[in-house]
Design a protein around this ligand. Sequence first.
Ligand SMILES: CC(C)(COP(=O)(O)OP(=O)(O)OC[C@H]1O[C@@H](n2cnc3c(N)ncnc32)[C@H](O)[C@@H]1OP(=O)(O)O)[C@@H](O)C(=O)NCCC(=O)NCCS
Length: 448
Amino acid sequence: MSHYRKHKHHHTRAPSDGSPPPRVAVIAGLRTPFVRSNGDFKDLSAVDLGALLVNELVARSGLPLSEFDALIFGQVVPSQLSSLIAREVVLRSELPRTLPAHTTSRACATSVQAATEAADQILLGHADTVIAGGAESLSDAPIFASRKLAQALVNASRARSLPERIRAFAGLSLKDVAPVSPALTEPTTGLTMGESAQKMAWENGISREAQDRYALESQRKAADAWASGKFAEEVMAVDVPPRYLKTSAVDNNVRRDTTYDALAALKPVFDRRYGTITAGNSSPLNDGAAAVILMSEGRAQELGVKPLGFLRAYAYAATDPGDQLLQGPAYAAPMALERAGLTLGDMDVVEMHEAFAAQVLSNLQAFASKKFAEERLGRPDPLGEVDPARLNPNGGSIPLGHPFGATGARMITQALRELARRKGRHGLLTICAAGGLGAAVVLDGPEA
Ligand SMILES: CC(C)(COP(=O)(O)OP(=O)(O)OC[C@H]1O[C@@H](n2cnc3c(N)ncnc32)[C@H](O)[C@@H]1OP(=O)(O)O)[C@@H](O)C(=O)NCCC(=O)NCCS
């Protein structure tokens, strides 16, 4: 594509003498179960979920409340009733009311954004210990009045007489009165996430069979991880309001009984006639929260806290949403690896957010493509092939779920705990996000 501007080579942060870049310790991570929207968490808001999670995370860390210097939190589809979720989480939790907090957003990479902002603050010396995370309640997504209805309501409120007030509503059609819910649509292209992923499947030649096989494998890995107790320490249980007679303790989108034939029989959803993307090979709509605690290496040593691992380097990149919307990781990963002074081959674990199987397979294809490297990245060599045994070893967002604001923090904890189990040294984490954004983080295991 001739109009496509090659990505610039930035100066890398990795010191040229080969020593690793300065890094930040991740000392704890936790999430709620990720549950299907309008289900177990339908009476909890994102603030409620965030506060429940942060209280439990802080309690399990054993750190005194005075240890925390800041909280950074995000939500992708915010509630209009509490627009600054980070501060509300603090005020609703047991943390001191004097703890500063701010809300951040980078669409589906929001809690990775929170974590890298926290790491920057720590490396700058502005903070020693920061909580970073995010929450999402798609059960509590805002419902809007149409623009015309909103204008009529404003005019009616200013009216001086009843007839004038009634006239304010004249000319409204039934359509204008219907509530509007937020759409997962790219404003610049008018295409939904699913339609954009479908376009990627076609352009990259990703077959229905490849997508379904990928989804099946991810479901199997997630079911195995739950069955073998791997998630026990990273997922808290939540008592379900309003009656609190039930406890939600596991992700309820994992389907142990999924078969290839069942997946192959599902109807395509984003192009009902010719499409290949189905409910089975897409991430579902969920509610949940996740967070990590980041600490300076020096402070962790001083306190004798054993880190889960370290955040070593990161990068964000973007591509034109009208091109391949969810291909951001293929642009961000090479930059993050370069900043880390490492290669894809050094990665013992690769955690790639699964918005759709078609998007994961498209990104893996771009990682391995010399043409993509040359034409899109201006690099002579591709990043390389990802060893399937290292990719999302305990399942990804298709089976586990994807409460947008929480996914990044889930992935950091999941990647680090898997690195420790494998006695691995390094991990790569990537997330694609709305707007054509891509996020990539290089993590070090506890022994690296
Ligand atoms: C894809 C999507 C539209 C599906 O929504 P849905 O129709 O509510 O999905 P459901 O879970 O009800 O699944 C539909 C059917 O497929 C079946 N199904 C889903 N996954 C399955 C699996 N792994 N194996 C077997 N059957 C499965 C369900 O049982 C259901 O069958 P039923 O209709 O007989 O009950 C929705 O999840 C979505 O919009 N996902 C994308 C979200 C998105 O864009 N995220 C942003 C990405 S960054």
